[in-house]
Design a protein around this ligand. Structure first.
Ligand SMILES: CC1=C(CCC(=O)O)c2cc3nc(cc4[nH]c(cc5[nH]c(cc1n2)c(C)c5CCC(=O)O)c(CCC(=O)O)c4C)C(CCC(=O)O)=C3C
Ligand SMILES: [Fe+2]
Length: 370
């Protein structure tokens, strides 16, 4: 076999698109951004006003854009460190810079094959399929000359992501009196409607089961060789939508109350569902949940999100190069931790619909529209 020079390790891709959610950069952006997010979503107006106020507490801007710029730089540096030639570009689903604009620019510079890395680790409609619809819409809008796009599989069970989370939980626990002993780790992720959960579980492990897998791995790592003296559970934040529609529970605040009533006094809040400290983390956890814990007389600390930790960024670059190698027809096994295999590079028919049983026929990239 001929050896591939490092510079060509990302071939056939000629750009890596960091594809994210987007967020407002100032007060005037907040409402138009929220309207973009909720178009066709049946979110009550008073919920929009409430979420607008969350951004208001932070000067009308979300930290998400700066965090994505940092991640983009970290990815570029790690690729350069490995000698790989692959420009990183950035585009969002719901706010500037929009994906379609980033792709148009890249195309003008001759980009033909793009690998997209979505900033959600877990597979569900919101975290994966909706991005794949969004990318297909961008390609359609660009028309002739649009780049061909592939996607990095949802990376919840990537060793880099899971180990970086375990490090963050261990560091947070170390700040508690007596460390992890006698503590309760509340793992937290974004709630989704039950119907979206059910749809996420049709062709592979569901959204909740993916999180349960990650937290089981982290718990095993933290326990080491000794019998664990800590407990853990999974709770949810940021529920929205019609209050009559069932979403995944328990809400993190309700859950903290239950734990306090059961005598728990030491808590690590571990936001494994999010890769950076964007608004859900800054408001729903650091503002609301930590306040709830304090009112309940608990000592609670929030573990870092993976952000730009070396292990995480290194894992992402491994995923990118692994995907490129498979695209070149090489045998590049997908590395994982936990009970589940890697999710496929191309989503199977029927995966991660918005609602269980619903077929919309909306085109996607890296999968079929059924
Ligand atoms: C699973 C999931 C992630 C994945 C985790 C990840 O990707 O990291 C995620 C990420 C994010 N969600 C975000 C913001 C919002 N999400 C909303 C609404 C919704 N999210 C949902 C789910 C998820 N969301 C769902 C099922 C809805 C209901 C409407 C719908 O079905 O789409 C709304 C509307 C108002 C409201 O209802 O809350 C907003 C403003 C931001 C940006 C934060 C910032 O600005 O810093 C980010 C990263
Ligand atoms: Fe969301």
């Amino acid at each position: 076999m001929t050896e591939i020079l490092p510079a060509a390790l990302a071939a056939p891709y000629d750009a890596l698109l960091l594809c994210s959610f987007g967020g407002p950069n100032g007060p005037d952006d907040v409402l138009p951004f929220l309207r973009n997010v909720t178009v066709g979503k049946n979110i009550p107006e008073d919920r929009l006003v409430e979420v607008g106020e969350h951004y208001g507490h932070f000067g009308g801007r979300s930290p998400i854009n700066e965090q994505n710029l940092e991640l983009m730089t970290a990815l570029q540096e790690e690729l350069a460190r490995r000698g790989v030639t692959l420009p990183v570009i950035w585009g969002n689903r719901n706010w500037h810079p929009y994906t379609v604009d980033a792709l148009r620019d890249a195309t003008a510079f001759g980009t033909k094959r793009v690998l997209a890395l979505v900033t959600s680790a877990y597979a569900s409609y919101s975290g994966s399929r909706q991005y794949r619809e969004h990318l297909a819409a961008a390609v359609a809008e660009l028309g002739e000359g649009a780049p061909e796009i592939d996607i990095v599989r949802p990376f919840f069970n990537d060793p880099g992501f899971v180990l970086a989370n375990a490090d963050a939980v261990a560091e947070a626990a170390a700040t508690l009196d007596g460390g992890l002993a006698g503590a309760h780790i509340v793992y937290v992720t974004h709630s989704i409607p039950d119907a979206m959960q059910d749809a996420s579980a049709v062709t592979g492990p569901g959204y909740r089961e993916q999180h349960e897998d990650v937290l089981a791995t982290i718990n095993t790592l933290l326990a080491g060789d000794v019998a664990p003296t800590f407990d853990s559970s999974l709770a949810y934040c940021s529920r929205s939508g019609d209050p009559r529609t069932p979403w995944l529970e328990p809400d993190v605040n309700d859950h903290l109350e239950e734990l306090a009533a059961a005598g728990v006094r030491k808590v690590v809040i571990a936001p494994i569902g999010f890769i950076s400290d964007h608004m859900e983390v800054a408001f729903d956890l650091d503002t609301e949940a930590l306040e709830t814990a304090q009112e309940l007389g608990m000592h609670a600390v929030r573990a870092d999100t993976v952000g730009v930790r070396d292990r995480f960024v290194g894992g992402l670059v491994d995923l990118v190069l692994e995907r490129a190698a498979r695209e070149r027809g090489e045998d590049a096994p997908a590395r994982t931790v936990g009970a589940f295999p890697a999710l496929p590079d191309v989503a199977p028919p029927g995966s991660c619909r918005m609602r269980h049983g619903e077929v919309t026929g909306i085109p996607v990239i890296a999968g079929t529209e059924d």
